[in-house]
Design a protein around this ligand. Sequence first.
Ligand SMILES: [Zn+2]
Length: 344
Amino acid sequence: MNGRSPAGITARLASGTVLGAEGYVFELERRGYIKAGPYVPEVVLDFPDAVRQLHREFLRAGSDVIVALTYYAHREKLRHVGREDDLEAMNRCAVRIAREVAQEGDALVAGNVCNTWAYDPDDPSAPGTVRDTYAEQLGWAVEEGIDFVISETNDYLGEALIALEVIQGLGLPAMVTLAATQPDQTRDGYPYAEACRILAAEGAQVVGLNCDRGPQTMLPLMAGIREKVDCAVAAQPVPYRTDAAAPTMQALRSETIQRAFPLALEPFGCTRFEMAQFALQARDLGVDYVGICCGAGPHHVRAMAEALGREVPASKYSPSLDLHPMFRADVSAKDAMFLSTWNA
Ligand SMILES: [Zn+2]
């Protein structure tokens, strides 16, 4: 089923920056369709229109890739919420919806697997469990039609390598991105750049980082990865203002917010301008796949697309503040009197 689009992910990466929008679980939780905590994408079966709509919003905002919402749609997670019987339907339906929307534009469809929480380097039975999980999900995804696979938020290189092996077994291009939740290495002790080098050496088409870190704390790690690998690299940060004191969104705190993650992150949110700046910084650093993860809104994605020089369907409604009654050059005398209060 590979090759639906005229050019697959590797050809697109070779011809320029690819823009990817994710963050479906966070956004659909905010909209009231996914339960925070388990974060299982039950919405795929319960409210497919909500998924379709968000895919469409990201597509209109310029995402080159529609990622099927199968994040955490694996056996173990579904068992936790009592929906194991819905496993196959949820995975198939997620890919079907993603394909349907991707075809409204010129987007690629990515199958998606993630950290399983089952991997344990000290448990000899863990690799088999993880392999079965990935093989099951991706088997259905391939039957429904995907162009490549994104394995993401892997904390362990060992787990990421299992995902890569399963994806390669299906004959599909693999994008494997790690969760950089630790200061400088994976949970199984590989510096992030070294882990990416190994993934690239094992044949991943795209390697990099996604989630957890905001632009400011992800970019320095990306520079190290870019230096170490020859293949395409991906950076999909969360749109939150992480910094040296709080390098991940999980670490964000303020005087009034003891733990911002995952439900009180709004005060730390990046503006569309900050994400546009990130898109340019990432591109200039040599990042091939520029993206955004949990916390993303279509306004971020459109600003990133436009910063990269594109006009996208949603650009029709991009800001024209020169037309705002108070900001326009010929602001009326009646309104101009009140400008001082706006500028106070
Ligand atoms: Zn994320």
